[in-house]
Design a protein around this ligand. Structure first.
Ligand code: SF4
Length: 276
């Protein structure tokens, strides 16, 4: 056991530690047959158990699941072999490009990403890591967890503050030597840089048709290169978010917009609430 401050500790962790104490199980088992007086004493005992849990934390992961429910981890350069050996598979991954809006781990702040990251996705419609099972409170790659997960130490605030996440894994490192992929990624970055896409969207409300044309051109190329990579290079569609990051057409809703595509391939930007 170690002593530490209990501030910001996951509630689930404190419950787990209190409940792991043999005295907790004994009280729960005897509760139905206890007298009122005994129940009062036992209740006081339970309060003291939870107080002890706050101050004598187990220096280990108790698999409460709180870290995994806050989002998928970003991968570090040290994790490259986990991907190359397919212990973490491509469909579980996505790239977040420079300039994309992301939430801080605490979830309270949104900021524009200063450098590219490859991360494990979140579950559809939620925040939990896609490799986390809520039912069993377990990680499906327990023996091959990335560095960020292995470094989690919620029981030791000082270690958490001092930890260094290591150098981020990028597509340049992951696909080094795979020239066709790197060329496609470079061309996508040249034609559809996220920072430019974002600033063109921001400018839409106060500017002219030039910004609309820029957005539409980027949307068209972003779709085109995914189709090309799938049809000509055989890259599975589930891997596109890793190769090119999420589709730009899925991001326009952040600006209250949607993309309407006509049969002839032309696109129009419409307000999100308009009938298509
Ligand atoms: S990879 Fe495993 S340990 Fe890491 S956040 Fe996902 S489920 Fe949790």
């Amino acid at each position: 056991m170690i002593s530490t401050r209990a501030t910001d500790l996951p509630f689930e962790r404190l419950c787990y530690q209190s409940q792991a104490d043999p005295e907790y199980a004994a009280i729960v088992a005897a509760w139905p047959t206890m007298t009122s007086e005994r129940r009062v004493q036992s209740w006081q005992k339970l309060v003291s158990l939870s107080d002890r849990a706050k101050h004598e934390l187990m220096p280990t992961c108790v698999r409460c699941g709180v870290c995994c429910e806050q989002g998928g981890p970003a991968l570090a350069l040290e994790d490259i072999d986990l991907v190359r050996r397919e212990q973490i598979q491509w469909p579980a991954l996505m790239t977040v490009r420079v300039g994309e809006p992301v939430r801080s781990n605490a979830g309270s702040q949104v900021f524009l990403l200063p450098e590219e990251k490859i991360k494990i996705r979140e579950q559809p419609g939620g925040k939990a890591c896609v490799l986390y099972s809520q039912e069993t409170k377990s990680c499906s790659i327990q023996q091959a967890k990335p560095l960020e997960c292995r470094m989690q130490a919620c029981w030791d605030a000082q270690a958490m503050n001092e930890r260094s996440p290591g150098r981020a894994l990028t597509r340049q490192s992951l696909f080094a030597g795979v020239e066709p992929l790197l060329e496609l990624i470079a061309e996508h970055e040249r034609r559809c840089p996220f920072t430019e896409f974002w600033s063109a969207l921001e400018a839409l409300g106060r500017s002219n048709d030039t910004d609309v044309d820029r957005v539409l051109a980027m949307l068209a190329f972003d779709e085109h290169i995914r189709v090309f990579a799938h049809e000509r290079l055989g890259i599975p569609e589930q891997a596109m978010d890793l190769i090119f990051s999420r589709c730009l057409s899925e991001r326009v809703h952040l600006f209250g917009l949607q993309v309407k595509k006509e049969h002839d391939g032309t696109r129009t930007l419409l307000p999100l609430d308009s009938d298509r």
